[in-house]
Design a protein around this ligand. Structure first.
Ligand code: AMP
Length: 415
């Protein structure tokens, strides 16, 4: 089956076309046929398309909305000069998998999209006012452009964390607020944590019930997850992705009183403060330079920029604290697995996080750590380390494609 994987943000659209089916999943033989990204939808959009391993092609054109962006993608896919293997027309796309950010307590797995699922995603808009409407725009546009007969599947970022125990997901606020408004931790990056845990099992030959690990996804967004018996039992993001680790532009954990304090001191609106916490904090806020870890490391190394160094130190310190707390929560861990742009590439960051944890049985192998590169699964701890540490590149699009096949063909959903 050729699955069109779609991830719509408020002004962006990311897609991949992945060939996969039950047998290919079993043998890890899925093929990525093409991918693309459209940014700045609503104005002069920036478009990047790539067929297989060929060089990507960039262009720009005005695109009014998500439907216009998707129409542009379809035109490219079906153009005779594009030549995507096995795709000569829209009939060669067999299903669509959508990333949906928030499934609240309603969606505990991936679902074939029907009216009830759409209504459910709409109900979750309250909890994800920026994300779910964009995801819905993708679903509506796909229904119009691919036709109502095209099977579409929703894969939720929150679903993997639906196994969190009450003690981990509740905030210590009046219980009625949870009852009335479902205010609680939901967690995100679920497809990523789930995939890392799955690859860990493949790599080590373990069973799901023996999967007791901490997964750390460090990209522009960052989150950690405690996985016990294959199930997510705690995770750092909360009711929204703002809670938890320090991120590229998000503050992560913060005393909520700061918000009230700032409102009084600066006379700023709640909206403005949340915009600061989401878009101008984290690595960017502390360094005053950039949200990009690679650039920050460059500044720290070349110019010994004090605030770049501080931002990196804070970033590592906070991940270390979460790892420590999850080890306490799970009575230890069998492994720690890093993923995401920083987790996969940032050898210095991994060292900053896991340094001085020998007492916990964690010891990196400097040579292994330094040679780990993006796209490669690798053990980076020393042979003496009681807790093995891995880099396991994540692949959220692959999970989306595979879940789409499973939902369309009524196959089981192994976690
Ligand atoms: P992602 O959102 O997963 O694409 O990750 C983006 C983040 O990964 C950015 O902060 C990049 O600077 C960071 N990153 C990419 N390559 C490296 C690298 N070699 N060293 C450190 N950080 C990196």
């Amino acid at each position: 089956m050729n699955v069109f994987v779609l991830n719509c943000g408020s002004s962006s659209l990311k897609f991949q076309i992945i060939e996969t089916d039950a047998e290919m999943i079993e043998q890890d033989g899925d093929k990525q046929l093409a991918k693309g990204l459209i940014e700045r939808i609503g104005s002069e959009a920036i478009i990047t398309f790539q067929v297989g391993e060929q060089a990507s092609v960039k262009s720009a054109t005005p695109l009014r909305d998500h439907k216009a962006a998707l129409a542009h993608v379809i035109k490219w896919i079906t153009a005779p000069e594009t030549h995507i293997a096995g795709i000569s027309g829209l009939a060669d796309i067999h299903a669509i998998g959508h990333r949906v950010v928030h499934g609240a307590e309603r969606f505990k797995g991936s679902h074939l999209i029907d009216k009830a699922v759409i209504a459910g995603v709409q109900e979750c808009i309250d909890l994800a006012p920026l994300h779910n409407p964009a995801n819905l725009k993708g679903i509506y546009a796909a229904t119009e452009l691919f036709g109502p007969a095209m099977p579409q599947v929703a894969v939720f970022d929150t679903a993997f964390h639906s196994t969190l125990p009450e003690a981990a997901y509740l905030y210590a606020i009046p219980y009625q607020l949870y009852r009335r408004f479902k205010i609680r931790k939901y967690g995100f990056h679920g497809t990523s944590h789930r995939y890392i845990a799955f690859r860990y099992r493949k790599l080590t030959g373990r069973q799901r019930k023996d999967t007791n690990i901490i997964t750390v996804h460090l990209g522009n967004g960052c989150s950690a997850c405690a996985i016990k018996g294959g199930k997510s039992v705690d995770t750092s993001m909360g009711m929204t992705p703002l809670e938890g680790l320090m991120m590229g532009t998000r503050s992560g954990d913060i005393d909520p009183t700061v918000i009230e304090f700032l409102m009084h001191k600066e006379g700023t609106s709640m909206e403005e403060i949340f915009s600061t916490l989401n878009k101008r904090s984290g690595l960017l806020g502390i360094s005053g330079l950039t949200n990009d870890m690679r650039d920050l490391e460059g500044e720290a190394e070349e110019h010994q920029d004090r605030r770049a160094i501080l931002a990196i130190e804070m970033f590592c310190y906070r991940v270390k604290k979460y790892i420590g707390s999850y080890m306490a929560a799970m009575n230890g861990t069998d492994a720690i697995c890093f993923a995401g742009g920083i987790g996969e590439n940032g050898s210095g960051i991994r060292k900053g996080i896991l340094g001085n944890l020998e007492w916990m049985g964690i010891e990196l192998d400097d040579a292994r750590n330094a040679t780990a590169v993006r796209g490669k699964e690798m053990l980076i701890s020393s042979d003496k380390s009681r807790v093995p540490v891995y880099v396991i590149p994540t692949n959220e699009e692959l999970v989306l494609a595979r879940d789409t096949v499973r939902a369309v063909k009524s196959l089981p959903f192994p976690c």
